[in-house]
Design a protein around this ligand. Structure first.
Ligand code: UGA
Ligand code: MN
Length: 279
């Protein structure tokens, strides 16, 4: 029943690529979001939705790292008000993070982003897609509306803004508006030393390189470079946005993992909080 209902909403949603809220002359933004089950997942998705709902010509491709689509994400998407595509692919066991692993031990969200790319390529072959920009929007970031205003400028390729171990990271831009390197402390020698959220690519770049994918075997920090290299992009192709990359438009928020020690006590006492209540 739920599956049929979901399919119905998805069909509607895919049709809406053509219609719902379409504003002429603005390229579409196809945002691919990998996501996985954890206590904060729904809160993350809500935060993303609150930004994405303001963006015209937006299509959200949500890819769960799971063996099947979950009810939580399926029901959430049905009600979120955005045109969406709901996919799932479980990360290959060899590359799965174990609960005791530090998060950098394995690349994350790679198979899911590739599944999103494959969906886009298929939809493009079936002539279902409008011209647009592809953006990899992890579920733990905070996105400003300015970022999407920039992405709507038919950007072929990229710009970078992000912050984590530094106040910010950015491409270094010459006075003639060319990217010459990276302002980052950790391994600036990477071909593209920027975060996933720091660039957008034109859909046509992807469809003209249908073999291009993220490489799950990439060294730590090289996942972004793996896709861009396979797209044949070089530094000189980058189109700085956000005032020559001087503005920060996305933040790596990283929601704190809740400490459920009181819940653990309740479970031990055989009185867990009502599992029928979704959080
Ligand atoms: C950092 C970068 O911000 C990512 O863009 C990059 O892909 C990643 O490093 C990498 O090198 O692989 P980080 O914050 O460390 O990401 O990773 P997460 O934000 O935990 O995960 C990235 C995305 O993958 C998220 O959307 C997350 O929901 C998803 N994910 C994470 C899964 O689908 N499965 C998992 O087991 C873990
Ligand atoms: Mn992250």
């Amino acid at each position: 029943m739920l599956k049929a209902k979901l399919k119905h909403y998805e069909d509607l949603s895919e049709k809406s690529i053509q219609s719902k809220g379409e504003v002429n002359n603005l390229p579409f933004i196809y945002a691919i979001t990998p996501t996985f089950t954890r206590p904060v997942q729904k809160a993350e998705l809500v935060r993303l939705t609150l930004a994405f709902l303001h963006v015209k010509n937006f299509h959200w491709i949500v890819v769960e790292d799971s063996t099947e689509k979950t009810d939580l994400v399926g029901n959430f998407l049905q009600d979120c008000g955005l045109p969406f595509t709901h996919l799932h692919v479980k990360t290959n066991e060899q590359f799965q993070l174990k609960s005791t692993d530090p998060n950098w031990k394995q690349p994350r969200g790679v198979d899911q982003r590739n599944a999103g790319i494959e969906w886009l390529l298929k939809a493009h072959r079936e002539e279902k897609l409008k011209p647009g920009v592809v953006y990899f929007a992890d579920d733990d970031n905070t996105y400003s509306l300015q970022l999407f205003r920039e992405a709507h400028k038919k950007s072929i390729r990229l710009a970078s803004w992000s912050c984590w171990r530094l106040r910010f990271e950015r491409p270094i831009v010459s006075s003639s508006g060319k990217v010459t390197g990276w302002y980052t402390v950790w391994d600036p020698s990477r071909p593209f030393a920027m975060d996933m959220a720091g660039f957008a690519i034109n859909l046509s770049l992807l469809t003209s390189h249908p073999e291009a994918r993220f490489d799950i075997r990439s060294r730590r920090g090289y996942v972004e470079s793996s896709l861009l290299t396979s797209l044949g992009v070089t530094l000189s192709d980058l189109e700085p946005k956000a005032d020559n990359c001087s503005k920060v438009y996305v933040w790596h928020t990283r929601t704190e993992k809740p400490n459920w020690k009181q819940e653990v006590k309740l479970i031990a006492a055989g009185r867990p909080s009502d599992p029928r209540i979704e959080v």
